[in-house]
Design a protein around this ligand. Structure first.
Ligand code: ZN
Length: 72
């Protein structure tokens, strides 16, 4: 039993809840030197992480199955 965050109705028990992402933001990750390690010929070797760009979730909604069909 849960409250749908889109239609604000109480949903009966044993009804699946869906999570949808409604807001994202751009994110830039800086380069990190020697962030990762791995065994190379039985010795630990360190590798740089390149960093990069991507998306981060700002807001998620828990919705009922009918709202999930409408919104997706
Ligand atoms: Zn709903």
């Amino acid at each position: 039993m849960y409250l749908c965050e889109h239609c604000q109705q109480q949903i009966a028990a044993n009804t699946p809840a869906y999570s949808i992402t409604v807001q994202t933001r751009n994110a830039t990750y800086p380069k990190r030197s020697q962030a990762n390690w791995r065994y190379v010929k039985r010795q630990i070797k360190y590798f740089d992480d390149k960093g990069g760009e991507g998306f981060e979730t700002v807001k998620n909604l828990t919705v009922c199955p009918s709202c999930y069909k409408q919104l997706s």
